[in-house]
Design a protein around this ligand. Sequence first.
Ligand SMILES: [Fe+2]
Length: 280
Amino acid sequence: MFDVHSHMLPGLDDGAGDAATSLAMARAYVDQGAECVACTPHILPGLYHNTGPQIRQAVADLQAELQGAGIALKIVSGADNHIVPDFAGGLKRGHLLTLADSAYVLVEPPHHIAPHRLEEEFFQILIAGYVPILTHPERLSWIESKYGVIQRLAARGVWMQITSGSLRGSFGARPKYWAERMLGEGLVHLLATDAHNMTSRPPDLLEGRILAGRAIGAQEAQHLVVTRPCGVLANMPPKALPLPHPLLEPLELFENDANGQTSRPGARGSLSQRMRHLFG
Ligand SMILES: [Fe+2]
């Protein structure tokens, strides 16, 4: 397995506070069968002033520590890049970082307010030749009112990454609902941990894979944590990778009741619940 979102570098942000925590997180990854993890500290003006060169050095230092401790985990550079003006320019200057120097880049929008020009900003990143990966859309408080933005971004080539803990309910009922709904609608490209420590936000990639498998099947769960993230870190183009697809065609999502009235799914449970009913 491959994790493209992890705050395991020590002391750079609100993730691992020290090297001992980083090593414990690395051991947890290995125990779960993870081969490679992208270290993605926050880059957020005014709060976390990390830069590309600093992160690269921290990755090299931690990789040496892992080797010294006999922990067989490969780590690569990346960043949890909060969206800023001239994002593509920041990538070209090396201030912001893609994942493993690929064309794929984590992009985190504001959590509580959808910027007016959000779609335009993602479009600018796309036309600059990158594949933006919108981090944890299921946890954004504005997804409730602006789901159309998420759907349009996905349709235009923005990848979506949901969080393992959301499927467990660690962030509450709404992120769990949106994570399952987006999985069912074929809008999720990647599952990652966004791990910060060994307690409240642990590396839980295997559990996430199992929970995703229950919702959408083992093969697609494998694509979420193996096929696509491996392709991302190898810089394979999106068209060379299996893309997610809805569990059912849109027309099949509507049902006619006995009176000929058309009803939407949801009245009888979430999409994933209905899928489990159908295929379980
Ligand atoms: Fe993060």
